[in-house]
Design a protein around this ligand. Structure first.
Ligand code: GAP
Length: 508
């Protein structure tokens, strides 16, 4: 039997496991934590690196049409003026004057409570999967308290950016439940500012990048001039990004310091961008499946045309069923030639390319697949987290918690166990195999405790393979026992077979 914890408790269980086993800690925890910042512990950093390496290998090294880049986090501030971030990169926020809590206006939902055609109050709720039920229950309470006869009209939630000035004083604050304390929505700038150089005046203002993409646009000319790229081609970058999010929440889903894996894929303005966009969406889905996300957990959210930014031709978000609901994991946007043209205008440097095939000169258009490392890690944890029942050493069925990571990204690839720790010949042989495998992969050696307990400890951190050295290994044929984490099945293999199997599973 295999089960996922109920979605309510799933996030708490994942957060608990991450802390307990050293995947993720709240940043600055000894000082009470720091909202929106997280640290990755020994297993977390392995998992994170493996995700980034898998992406880099598949998107850059195994493709002939994509080049890599590593640009600085702090760049010339004019880049952010040209890109539109200085003026436009903000989220609408709303403050509760009484509780001093701050909400993102597009995550705060409200509705009038209408009974027999008359508005008798308002309900509000912070965005969550159960928001409709919560709002309907609150509306029924208002009707009951008002002792109002008649039919309660359906509750139609709108987000607070759609509120009218006359509604600001009527919508209750989610914190206090009372109306009158919410402000009008105001724009809140998301870029972190810093100062560069000895002067502390406005001329020294610089920004921590809120996306890696602009570093790519700013280096596009360098790569065109120094590489041997020809249209269509992409530039990929992995790196930190910073956003002063109003409401960082849902663990590492929305944080203030995170990492992105972005590609700008440059195409001819006359190319069939719709077909190329589709190709990229499929490539992204295939990659997510290759690192272990179930295909059925990924859906597509196509942005309606009237909600697109003025320069955007199309955007499709790949959505994943996170513990807190279905949310954006990977954005795939067609941005036309907006960014390069902006940089051409602001820098005075030509961004045109000569297309050998068509003999034309133009500023290319771009398709931008943009993925968060931390969000991918949360998706991977969500998909992998499993509770099942298996027999213990004595044959008694008991519950176990396991992480079903794909061997490609599992933090520890295999654990090596001598059957008994007080038999030097077993220990010696197990140590030798451990040292040999350690030269290629992150493996673990564990000699303490009953073998069943050792298996469980590895199951909980998602180690796909257990390798046990027993008396048959040293007295008979040299074979070892290879145990599969998910099925618990064991089989005997020679050392050569073991290494070939691990190569296929981990590096394949
Ligand atoms: N260059 C385009 C861009 O940055 P975005 O939709 O703002 O687009 C792309 O971000 C991806 O970066 C998102 O799909 C998500 O995976 C990740 N991301 C964005 N903001 C994040 C945050 N505050 N915390 C964690 N990941 C975030």
């Amino acid at each position: 039997m295999t089960a996922k914890a109920s979605s309510d408790g799933l996030m708490e269980e994942i957060v608990g496991l991450c802390k307990r086993r050293g995947f993720i800690f709240p940043s600055s925890e000894i000082y009470g934590g720091y909202n929106g910042f997280y640290d990755y512990g020994p297993l977390g950093v392995e998992l994170r690196n493996n995700i980034k390496q898998a992406w880099w290998r598949d998107m850059v090294q195994r493709r002939d049409d994509i080049e890599g880049l590593d640009s600085t986090i702090i760049m010339h501030p004019d880049i952010w003026k040209a890109s539109g971030h200085v003026d436009g990169f903000s989220d609408p926020m709303v403050d509760c004057r009484e509780s001093k809590l701050r909400y993102r206006a597009d995550q705060l939902f409200f509705a009038p409570v209408i009974v027999a055609g008359e508005t008798i109050g308002y309900v509000s709720v912070v965005e969550c999967p159960e928001q409709q039920e919560i709002a309907e229950k609150a509306a029924a309470d208002i009707k009951r308290k008002a002792a109002k006869q008649g039919t309660l009209e359906p509750i139609v939630l709108k987000d607070y950016t759609e509120s009218m000035p006359e509604e600001y004083d009527l919508v209750p604050s989610p914190a206090t439940g009372k109306p009158g304390s919410l402000t009008a929505p105001r724009e809140f700038k998301l870029m972190f500012e810093t100062k560069v150089g000895p002067l502390a005046d406005d001329s020294a203002v610089a920004y921590l990048r809120p996306e890696t993409a602009q570093g790519i646009f700013a280096n596009y000319k360098n790569i065109v001039d120094t590489g041997r790229v020809k249209i269509p081609f992409g530039i990929a970058q992995i790196g930190k990004a910073f956003r002063n999010e109003i409401t960082p929440r849902n663990f590492i889903f929305r944080s203030r310091e995170f990492e992105q894996m972005e590609i700008e894929y440059f195409i001819s303005p006359s190319a069939d961008w719709k077909a190329l966009h589709r190709e990229w969406i499929d490539t992204c889905i295939d990659w997510l499946v290759s690192i272990g996300l179930p295909r059925e957990s990924i859906t597509e959210d196509i942005h309606p045309e009237d909600k697109l930014a003025f320069y955007s031709q199309a955007t499709t978000d790949l959505m994943f069923q996170f513990p807190h609901g279905e949310q954006e994991l990977w954005g795939v946007a067609c941005r036309g030639d907006y960014d390069l043209k902006q940089h051409q205008e602001h820098s005075g440097k030509s961004m045109t390319i000569f297309d050998e095939a068509s003999k034309e000169k133009y500023v290319p258009h771009v398709i931008e697949p943009s993925l968060g490392v931390d969000r991918t890690l949360l998706a991977v944890l969500t998909a992998a987290y499993t509770i099942d029942e298996v027999p213990n050493d004595k044959g008694k069925v008991e519950q176990r918690t396991l992480l079903k990571f794909s061997p490609k990204i599992a933090p520890v690839k295999a654990a090596i166990f001598p059957l008994l720790k007080n038999k030097p010949e077993l220990v010696e042989r197990a140590q030798a195999l451990y040292k040999k495998l350690q030269r290629r992969w992150n493996v673990f050696y564990d000699a303490s405790g009953a073998i069943g307990r050792r298996y469980r400890r590895q199951d909980e951190i998602g180690t796909p393979f257990g390798i046990t050295i027993d008396f048959d290994t040293i007295e008979k044929d040299g074979t070892v026992t290879l145990r599969d984490r998910d099925t618990c099945e064991q089989r005997r293999v020679t050392e050569d077979e073991l290494i070939q199997f691990l190569e296929e599973q981990i590096d394949g």
